[in-house]
Write a protein of this length. Structure first.
Ligand code: ATP
Ligand code: ATP
Ligand code: MG
Ligand code: MG
Lengths: 333, 299, 481, 328, 305
């Protein structure tokens, strides 16, 4: 897809699938679990792509593939239009860095903060020990940690401080893209806001591109420029943040938006018209994966996979829509 | 801001991990006991020539089985008496500490190396490697240790080296099992993923990200296997297929003294108690180390 | 379990592979066999004379033929009648190599047996065999032909049948044997047994045996080590009897260089070892009892055991001098093999160390040691030999100086003398030749004979028993006090 | 409707630690009537769970619970024997926990565990209990209840398990349900459903509900009354409307500023934040625990903090009187 | 389920096969067993004859395949020493060892599990410390020494128990205790650790919140889950015990399979040793299989996918 404002896609995924073999009981045979069922995404420079979806829908799997921690079963990852193979790990690492969800397990407890933050420099043989020390100092300052903490150990830090260390480690080699896999969901709101502010500032300052994974739509709305909604291993809708929040198309996106609980005492708990059961990814529903929970489902939904519809700025996979007459907009079917 | 002191102790906790560990060690009596007994035994082993005024190998057929100092008729020249060949029991006990420690340490090192290599490989790489290692562990576990050890020693003739080698090659299973599971556990943690995402090589990840975090388990297993090896050597000696005389191994001393145990019980009591105390100390040390380094003890 | 129920409880320390006498090789098997079977002749332990057992008389027909008149009216435990057929069958069965008896050497001096009439048999030997009566008295038990033909060795091992003073009540292989007085026993030189039941269990560990003894579970044990026996004697709770045995200990040395040229090829080194070890001290302090230092390569009571040989008394200075002479002024390091009595071996090693010989002990199972010797290694070691309780010197010299796998001397001259002695039926010729051989063995120090063994028998005060030097416990000689 | 079911005054929870005593809950008061929902909200570690466990009498022997008043349906819980307390638990007061994944015993079927809750308190046959269980499963929105009863917890998804937990709490038709972060581990869509279910059930059965959470969104939507906890104290309490419309304690205000609200906070604008972290509560604690993070802190904050009334039932603890306008 | 069972069985067969190959080659490296068969007083000629008779002059691989083929048909050959079929010999001895093993593991479980539970219920209490001390001391106690001391005390001092033999149940008391004591510490610790973990689990809190009493919580809810790893451990320990009963059987003159194995090693009775190693490993594998089944019964997560 080439938008009219020709922006460069720094990262592009085409038809990524990932299948795991999982055993359920001890006595059962391993069965294929399609964690990702053909994901195509583009990440534009300086964008923040929010990725939302229910637990287990494949968000982290996607992040791992982007980070080179897993190899996709099929599909390609392109960086600057160039395909990335397993051999390009080092290269990939210099450009894409992660921030993980759990600040407690994401730092090696046996290493000092300084060692943790300077590790990427050491691995990529950047600078000498003096310049590395300087870089660490700069990073710690940037993420708002006191200088004296460099000799401390992760065990001495609070969750928020740890997450800052993780951010410092991710940014010390000046990556272009940062994959944030639920960076704040383990934190208290008071800490969450600090980290979100920090991420926003850093993006401004360093011109970073984020893939921001979260299940908290409020957070995504706050930070993201584009949003992709994932359901059972597939992207069901993708659109610029404003457009998506203003007019969600896919029924699942709608349900997600409805379930956001704003702190407004005048409202009561919304009634979500959504089946309670998240489907078993080992035996996904036929047709549109979402149809058993969809209030607007039609007959076709249970038999035929939904069409992939693209407009100028957004895409949606749903039987309820069709391409508009101009070929660039989507209208209800 | 004018805050009461009770409330300012925050942000970065003052106590360093080292100090914390020290505090925990000094609060753990079992560990302290184990450590001090072990230190004593090590001292006995190292300074045996200074502490013993007899050669442990010099025999005197005319001064056989002299009783130790707490029994009537003891000889001031032989504090712990003499054995069946009139050798000074104290000297043998002191030199025997060297043998037991040697067996324990070297066996634990050999089996530790084998087991750790297998366990770490299985835990880190998983998949086929794991299958193979699990299979090896199963084969090893299915082999009756004492039997196989006996058979090999019977075959090659007993000597210190052979006993150590045999035990070293038989006792790696626990290392492999423990290392495998702890590496698997750590491997799933996000800092390992982070290191991989940074671009660290496998070697680096294993050596500097994973190993430091499982080394405490390794040390614990090491102490337990040391104790295990010392006991097994004693059992092999008891069955006549261990270290060869006149080496003053404690196990051998028990085995030699056992013939007279109904009449001269101290012949087995002295090395028996020494053995018991040493193994107890090592086990307590191992347990203690596990306790003080366990993550749940943190904070 | 004792006098009150007329049962003597005792223990074997070794698992018996089989109670079929011909298919085992242990001392315990011989003991068992003596109770259950009889031989043709019997050696009186006090006089040393051969008397008739199943045979009433015998004569040498020629150099290789012995004719026996058999006792009449003897019955086997199963009621089968004893006659010439049983002797013929037994002898021909065991000498047949196809039947693979465990120790062929015990019987393969016989060519076979033939029946002359119902109570007369002739046994022919493979060449002249002067020790024939000794072998017949100890190593040839007569089996019932009909029964043995039917059940074979495996049947015999489970339900043994003989003519002896005790019949076998039950056998749990290797574990437990119960013998009952055989009411139909004909008597003979063994006499009628007195104790009704003999209950034998296998208890390998001497401590456990002692524990059973203390707790009253067992009435008698033997082969009790000297130190324990001494203590038990002091306790005044049991009778401790000591008796010498025909087993002697010796040091073998690789004079022939079978394991490659070594220090023992030098006579001085061999002699030095003889002088280095204080055998008297070892006997006094470790073996004790009726053990004696032996100087000749045989047990003194054995026929032909020359005593007037070169002796090596304890003289470490001389040993050192000899070593220096041999080119080892600074001593030497050698491997030393042993398979039993580890403390004795250790004591010897310490003496050797005193004169500068560092001996590294290899303590092996007998089988492993024999294995090595067969291949020519393990030429320096402390071993023992019990001569199968055969009171003839050939029972030891044949094994060690006639180029067998345990012969590390390989002296042609010695072998020739021994062969002459073994083949002759003339006692004078035999004595002369054995003497020459033994003298040379001592002079060349091919062997250092060490000491004779003794055995300690410990039994409850209720039991009347006198041990014999052939290490055979005769339950039929025992009685309650 | 106006019958007070639970009345707590001066509740303290002290945990002896190696390095001193942790004053985890420091004298909190609240009361609850039938048909009311009280939300206890606060950061992680502020003592919410300890408070609810203390009411249930589920804290271990090592942990000391003190109270000036601890009354449930007029009975003084402090004077009850462990056995009486046990009879009350699960019968008159029930609890729902945060982790639906681990809160059900993996070794027994759903049916067994539901029945147990009833059979512990009522003399009923297994069949009757099963019928009741099936009935309740239907009520909490689980279809095919009969077959679900035969299943094991691991065969159910998180949302279903939490529904089972709710059904279990309802087995004896209790008067009070304490739900400790019942939706934190769940997806947003499921969260809304579960909360809705709880709200509906409460209304239907005229229960008193204590909902422990750290999510202000949840609080706003479901609470009748709110208690904001910070470092073991209730720093502000009142009706939901009062708290959200006129937050009076600096901490409450800080919290509300922190959360991005779709439509209200502008995307990209920096969010409000509370610097620093919660102080240690080990040893003697004096003054306002929030003062180390409070922009308005002054010397008076280390003195005794007065309890102020903003309006009606709306109370807060702060040295500053009605700061609302000044700070904003 | 069937596929799983078959796979599991295949793996078990592979393990036993490997063990048998290893043990066979190890044992046959020990050279010529003929001397051992011939006994202490045998001559060279005797030995040579035996060599031919048993086919020790054939290549090792041929000997192995021959052995394996027969073993698959239940024929483990004839004991060199006892001259009877190894299968008969072992079946006789094995019953004693099995009995001893079963008694010992029961003893260990019956003492260790309650102790472990008690220790976990009151961590750091007197009971906990005692149990911990017992287990540490137990691990440090050489079993041969323990056995000897038992004999001194119970057979000689007090004359309560017979020191050797296997005739009556009283004969099994001391061996059971000595062997069981060897397995106890590990089981005790695992029970304690498992219980401690389970008692902190959320579902235990749930059970208490339901109003379940202490006993019910402990035994119905906690133990059932904590016992799962203990079952696996017991299987492993039981396997070890069979192999490790040598010392105990030697001391108490129990003529079981362990003692037979030891004696057979020194007698170079290869068919017996081989068969025993194979049988011990089979038992080990059997026990682990059984424990898996038991665990599947205990833990539905394993049972139903
Ligand atoms: N290593 C693995 N082996 C087998 N299955 C896996 C593996 N990793 C993930 N899965 C499965 O793949 C699916 C997607 O998992 P993923 O972790 O990507 O979900 P997620 O969207 O990140 O969920 P959450 O919000 O809980 O983090 C899940 O069903 C998960 O169980
Ligand atoms: N058993 C215990 N031993 C020691 N400290 C404890 C124990 N239980 C709770 N605490 C401490 O008491 C404080 C309050 O704990 P509580 O569980 O009530 O917090 P919470 O508000 O429920 O937090 P969360 O939102 O994380 O559940 C915390 O600092 C916690 O570490
Ligand atoms: Mg995830
Ligand atoms: Mg909580």
């Amino acid at each position: 897809m080439s938008g009219k404002n020709k922006r460069e896609a720094v990262l592009e995924l085409t038809g990524i699938t990932k299948t795991y073999q999982v055993k359920q009981g001890m006595f059962s045979k391993p069965q294929p679990l399609k964690a990702l069922g053909g994901v195509s995404l583009r990440l534009y420079k300086k964008d923040v792509l929010g990725l939302v979806g229910e637990s287990g829908c494949g968000k982290s799997t996607l992040a791992k593939i982007l980070l080179g921690l897993e190899n996709p079963t099929t599909g390609e990852v392109l960086v600057d239009g160039r395909q990335i193979g397993p051999a390009d790990r080092q290269l990939l690492a210099r450009r894409i860095q992660p921030i993980f969800q759990d600040p407690y397990s994401s730092l090696n407890p046996r290493k000092s903060i300084e060692e943790i933050v300077s590790l990427p420099l050491v691995v990529h043989k950047i600078g000498d020990s003096v310049s590395r020390q300087k870089a660490v100092t700069k990073m710690l300052d940037l993420v708002g940690l006191p200088e004296r903490s460099r000799r401390g150990y992760p065990g001495q830090l609070s969750g928020g401080q740890r997450q800052r260390v993780a951010i410092a480690r991710a940014l010390v080699i000046n990556p272009e893209i940062v994959i944030c896999d639920e960076p704040t969901s383990a934190l208290d709101v008071s800490i969450q806001s600090q980290i979100l502010n920090l991420l926003a500032d850093l993006r401004e300052e360093l011109g970073l591109t984020y893939l921001f994974i979260s299940h908290n739509l409020a957070v995504v709305e706050h930070l993201a420029t584009r949003v992709a909604v994932m359901y059972l291993g597939r992207i069901v809708e993708e659109a610029p943040a404003g457009e998506l929040f203003a007019g969600p198309r896919h029924p699942y996106t709608k349900a997600l938006l409805e379930s956001v609980l704003t702190p407004d005492p005048s409202l009561s708990v919304p009634d979500i018209h959504l089946g309670a059961q998240y489907p078993n990814p080992i035996s996904p529903p036929t047709g549109c994966h979402f149809h058993p929970r969809c209030a607007a489902a039609r007959d076709v939904c249970s038999t035929t996979p939904p069409p992939h519809l693209q407009s100028a700025t957004s895409q949606v996979d749903c039987h309820l829509f069709r391409k508009g007459a101009d070929g660039r907009s989507l209208v209800p079917a | 801001m004018a805050n009461a002191p009770a409330l300012t102790a925050e942000t970065i906790v003052a106590i360093s991990p080292g100090a914390m560990l020290r505090r925990r060690i000094f609060g753990h009596y079992g560990l302290l006991f184990g450590l001090s007994v072990l230190a004593l035994v090590v001292a006995a082993a190292v300074f045996a020539p200074l502490l013993a005024d007899h050669n442990p190998y010099t025999q005197d057929l005319f001064a056989r089985m002299k009783p130790p100092f707490w029994m009537a008729g003891w000889d001031p020249d032989h504090l712990l008496g003499t054995d069946q060949l009139g050798r000074d029991y104290l000297a043998r006990l002191l030199y025997g500490a060297r043998i037991s420690l040697l067996i324990g340490i070297v066996t634990a090192l050999i089996s530790g190396m084998i087991g750790t290599a297998l366990g770490v490989a299985a835990g880190y790489f998983g998949g086929k490697v794991d299958l193979v290692v699990t299979f090896l562990i199963n084969v090893r576990l299915a082999m009756p240790v004492v039997l196989v050890a006996l058979a090999i020693v019977a075959l090659f003739g007993g000597s210190l080296q052979i006993v150590i080698l045999v035990l070293g090659f038989l006792l790696w299973d626990r290392f492999a099992v423990v290392m495998r599971s702890s590496v698997m556990q750590i491997r799933g943690l996000e800092y390992v993923n982070a290191a991989r995402a940074i671009g660290c090589s496998t070697t680096r990840i294993v050596l500097s990200e994973i190993m430091p975090n499982v080394v405490n388990n390794l040390i614990v297993v090491m102490t337990l296997e040391m104790a295990h090896a010392i006991l097994l050597e004693a059992a092999l000696s008891f069955l006549g297929l261990g270290v060869q005389p006149p080496t003053p191994s404690w196990g051998l001393m028990i085995s030699e003294g056992k013939e007279m145990m109904l009449f001269q019980p101290w012949l087995i009591t002295i090395p028996g108690v020494a053995l018991f105390l040493l193994v107890l100390a090592i086990n307590l040390l191992g347990d203690g180390l596990r306790d003080v380094t366990a993550p749940e003890a943190k904070g | 379990a004792n006098k009150s129920d007329d049962t003597l409880h005792t223990a074997f320390s070794k698992e018996l592979e089989s109670v079929d006498f011909y298919f085992q090789s242990a001392r315990e098997g011989t003991i068992f066999a003596r109770q259950v079977w009889d031989g043709l002749v019997y050696r009186d332990q006090t006089t040393g004379d051969y008397v008739g057992n199943l045979a009433s008389s015998w004569k040498w027909v020629d150099e290789t033929t012995l004719e026996f008149k058999l006792r009449e009216g003897v019955k086997f435990h199963n009621g089968e009648e004893f006659d010439a057929d049983d002797v013929v069958f037994t002898v021909n069965y065991v000498v047949n190599p196809d039947n693979h008896v465990t120790v062929p050497g015990n019987v393969n001096w016989m060519k076979g047996a033939e029946k002359v009439d119902k109570y007369t048999v002739r046994i022919t030997t493979n060449g002249p065999f002067p020790a024939a009566l000794e072998y017949l008295s100890g190593l040839v038990a007569i089996y019932p032909n009909d029964y043995y033909a039917e059940v074979g060795p495996s049947g015999m091992a489970l339900k043994p049948v003989g003519t002896g003073p005790y019949r076998v009540e039950s056998v749990e292989p290797g574990k437990h044997f119960v013998l009952k007085k055989f009411d139909g026993y004909y008597g003979g030189p063994k006499g009628q047994p007195s104790i009704g039941t003999i209950d034998i269990r296998t208890i390998p560990d001497i401590n456990t045996q002692l524990a059973e003894l203390f707790s009253g579970g067992i009435d008698m044990i033997w082969n009790v080590p000297a130190d324990q026996a001494e203590q038990l004697a002091a306790m005044d709770q049991f009778t401790v009897a000591n008796e010498s045995t025909m087993r002697i200990g010796y040091i073998t040395m690789d004079a022939a260089g079978r394991g490659g040229e070594g220090p023992f090829a030098k006579k001085e080194v061999r002699q030095a070892i003889g002088y280095a070890i204080d055998r008297q001290a070892i006997v006094e302090n470790l073996l004790k009892g009726s053990s004696k230092v032996v100087n000749s390569a045989c047990f003194p009571s054995q026929f032909g055991c020359e005593q007037d040989v070169e002796t090596y008394s304890y003289d470490p200075a001389k040993a050192k001098a000899l070593l220096a002479e041999a080119g080892y002024p600074d001593g030497l390091t050698v491997d030393f093999y042993a398979y039993r009595n580890r403390p004795y071996a250790e004591a010897m090693m310490a003496y050797l160390a005193d004169v500068g010989i560092k001996a590294n002990l290899n303590y092996l199972k007998y089988s492993a040691l024999r294995d090595m010797q067969k291949k020519g290694s393990a030429g320096f070691g402390f071993l023992t030999w019990g001569s199968n309780s055969i009171n003839d010197v050939s029972a030891i010299t044949s094994q060690f100086f006639k180029f067998g796998d345990q012969d590390f001397a390989r002296d042609e001259e010695v072998k020739t003398w021994l062969d002459t002695g073994d083949k002759s039926v003339d006692d004078k010729v035999r004595k002369e030749n054995y003497s020459k051989a033994l003298k040379k063995i001592a002079e060349e120090a091919y062997w250092i004979p060490l000491f004779s063994y003794n055995s300690n028998y410990v039994f409850s005060k209720d039991v009347a028993f006198t041990p014999t030097p052939d290490e055979i416990v005769r339950f039929f000689d025992m009685s309650w006090k | 409707m106006s019958e007070t079911i639970l009345n707590v005054e001066g509740l303290t929870v002290d945990i002896p630690l190696g390095s001193g005593t942790l004053h985890a809950v420091r004298g909190i008061d609240f009361a609850l009537k039938r048909g009311e929902t009280l939300c206890i909200v606060g950061e992680s570690g502020s003592g919410k769970s300890l408070t609810s466990l203390a009411v249930m009498g589920l804290l271990g022997k090592r942990i000391q619970v003190g109270a000036a008043k601890l009354e449930f349906e007029g009975r003084d819980l402090r004077s009850l024997t462990p056995r009486q307390m046990q009879a009350l638990r699960g019968d008159r007061m029930a609890m729902i926990f945060q982790e639906p994944m681990t809160s059900l015993n993996p070794a027994y079927t759903i049916g067994d565990q539901l029945c147990e809750a009833l059979q512990l308190h009522r003399r009923v046959s297994k069949a009757e209990a099963m019928a009741q269980a099936a009935d309740l499963l239907g009520k909490v929105g689980i279809t095919a209840a009969e077959s679900r009863l035969q299943q094991y917890p691991h065969q159910l998804s998180g949302g279903l398990r939490q529904r089972v937990m709710i059904a279990m709490a309802l087995m004896c038709e209790p008067d009070l349900i304490i739900a400790d972060e019942p939706t934190t581990a769940l997806d947003v869509t499921i969260q809304a459903q579960i909360l809705r279910l709880l709200a509906d059930l409460k209304r239907e059965m005229n229960l008193a509900l204590i909902l422990v959470t750290h999510d202000l969104g949840v609080v706003a939507r479901i609470a009748d009354k709110v208690a904001v906890m910070y470092a073991g104290e209730i720093v502000e309490s009142g009706t939901a409307k009062a708290i959200f419309d006129a937050p009076s304690h600096p901490y409450t205000r800080g919290l509300l500023d922190c959360i991005p609200v779709p439509g209200k906070t502008k995307p990209g604008e920096p969010l409000g934040s509370i610097p620093g972290i919660v102080p240690s509560l080990v040893g003697d604690v004096a003054g306002c625990a929030f003062r180390s993070r409070c922009a308005l802190a002054n010397d008076a904050c280390s003195e005794t903090i007065p309890k102020r009334t903003a309006s009606g039932e709306h109370m807060y603890r702060c040295v500053h009187e009605t700061l609302i306008s000044e700070v904003a | 389920m069937l596929a799983f069972a078959l796979k599991r069985l295949g793996l078990a067969v592979l393990v036993t096969f490997t063990v048998s190959v290893i043990s066979f080659s190890l044992l046959h490296l020990s050279g010529d067993p003929a001397a051992a068969i011939a006994g202490e007083n045998a001559t060279a000629a005797d030995i040579a004859a035996i060599n031919r008779q048993f086919g020790f002059d054939r290549p090792l691989t041929v000997q192995y395949t021959d052995w394996l083929w027969k073993a698959l048909h239940g024929d483990f050959g004839e004991s060199y020493y006892f001259k009877m079929p190894v299968a008969d010999l072992i079946s006789d001895r094995l019953s004693i060892t099995m009995l001893l093993g079963v008694c010992s593991i029961s003893f260990a479980l019956l003492t260790a599990v309650p102790l472990g539970v008690a220790a976990a219920v009151r961590p750091n209490s007197l009971i906990d410390r005692t149990a911990l001390f017992l287990s540490v001391a137990g691990q440090a106690m050489p079993s041969f020494w323990f056995g000897l001391i038992m004999i001194v005390v119970f057979s000689i001092k007090f004359r309560l128990l017979p020191p050797s033999g296997s005739e009556t149940w009283r004969h099994f008391i001391m061996p059971t205790v000595v062997l069981g004591y060897y397995a106890m510490p590990a089981i005790m610790r695992l029970t304690r650790a498992g219980m401690l973990e389970v008692l902190n689990a959320d579902y235990i809190r749930t059970a208490r919140a339901k109003g379940a009493g202490a006993g019910r919580v402990l035994f119905k809810h906690a133990l059932r889950n904590a016992i799962v790893p203990v079952v696996s451990l017991s299987a492993v320990q039981m396997g070890f015990m069979l192999g490790g009963s040598i010392v105990v059987e030697a001391i108490f003159a129990l003529h079981g399979a362990g003692y037979l194995a030891w004696e057979s090693i020194s007698r170079h009775d290869l068919p017996t040793v081989q068969a025993l190693i194979l049988i011990f490993s089979c038992f080990y594998i059997l026990f682990t299989l059984l424990s898996d089944l038991a665990n599947a019964w205990l833990d539905p997560r394993i049972r139903v996918g």
